[in-house]
Write a protein that binds this ligand. Structure first.
Ligand code: ZN
Length: 308
């Protein structure tokens, strides 16, 4: 089996081209991976609409109702920072089950990648920073409630703090939230993750990779997770307009490779989500989001040919 990938063609939908949020990136990422031969009908898994009781385990039912019926208040809409549409409603309800499906595939195959996910600013009863439903918290809770795993580690390397995930899982002793982010960046009012690593603006590859390696090794030893949900946000990239770090594309690749190699080498299932990434050049952005999937595919292939 080649690397399992999770994708739905409705992740991208007609959306204002000039909007800061690059809604086209999911479809462009899928297109690029198809060109590379990494996304084929054989290894593509398509999620369905997230079940209501899964959503209700993590989010406020009244908020879910307001979002679905397009009756969010003007303040709530401003915080969401995305124009409501039927397309937005649909993709929002698909993506959390995509992350859950990716986690389930990772438990079976060792590694799996979602071509979306990482909406870590979504809170219990409000959207924030382009994030409406918190796929990471939803997936962690479902896995734990179904007793599929005993301990979940959320390893969030998006450049912004995973504030929603931290708050939503603060009362969940079997889910450990770790966020490695740029300290002087959105959200300016931080929440408390189980472990926060706030980085100084302008940090470059060598220092960054050392922090990621050290933090991951420590958490594996201390937490012994049964699965890791890895948010491979590429907004750490130097030219990302919302980033403030100075990580090169080679640095992003080295980060993803070290995280995946460390986990896969220890036999810890890892599910990746693409997280944040911004660029006026949407094709270039899609190629940047492909890095984690390329590295996962390479490591998965290497492991598949090893003698048992
Ligand atoms: Zn981000």
């Amino acid at each position: 089996m080649t690397l399992p990938l999770v994708y739905h063609p409705e992740y991208s939908f007609p959306f204002p081209e000039q909007h800061r949020f690059p809604m086209a990136k999911f479809g462009l990422l899928a297109g690029y991976l198809r060109e590379q031969g990494l996304l084929t009908p054989e290894n593509t898994f398509r999620p369905g609409r997230c079940r209501q009781h899964w959503l209700n385990q993590t989010h406020c039912p009244a908020y879910l109702e307001r979002f679905e019926t397009n009756t969010l208040s003007p303040t709530e809409q401003r915080r969401m920072n995305l124009p409501w549409s039927e397309g937005l409603r649909k993709r929002t309800l698909l993506a959390p089950s995509g992350t859950l499906l990716t986690a389930q595939l990772a438990l079976h195959y060792g590694v799996a990648c979602h071509l979306a996910g990482g909406t870590h600013h979504a809170h219990y009863d409000y959207a924030s920073g382009f994030c409406i439903l918190n796929d990471l918290a939803i997936a962690a809770r479902v896995l734990l409630r179904q007793a599929r795993v005993g301990r979940v580690l959320i390893f969030d390397c998006d450049v912004h703090q995973g504030d929603g995930t931290a708050a939503l899982l603060s009362d969940e002793p079997h889910a450990f939230t770790c966020s490695i982010h740029c300290e002087k960046n959105f959200p300016f009012q931080k929440q408390r993750s189980d472990l926060d690593v706030g980085l100084p603006s302008g940090m470059a590859d060598d220092d960054y990779l050392e922090v990621v390696q050290r933090t991951l090794s420590r958490l594996i030893a201390e937490q012994a997770p049964d699965i890791v949900l890895y948010d491979a946000g590429v907004d750490v990239f130097a030219d990302d307009p919302l980033g403030h770090l100075k990580i090169t594309e080679a640095g992003v690749r080295a980060r993803d490779r070290l995280v995946l190699a460390e986990l896969m080498g220890r036999g810890i299932p890892v599910a990746t989500v693409i997280g944040g990434g911004y660029d006026d050049d949407r094709q270039r952005l899609a190629r940047r989001h492909a890095i984690v999937i390329e590295e996962a595919a390479a490591l998965h292939a290497e492991r598949s040919v090893l003698p048992a």
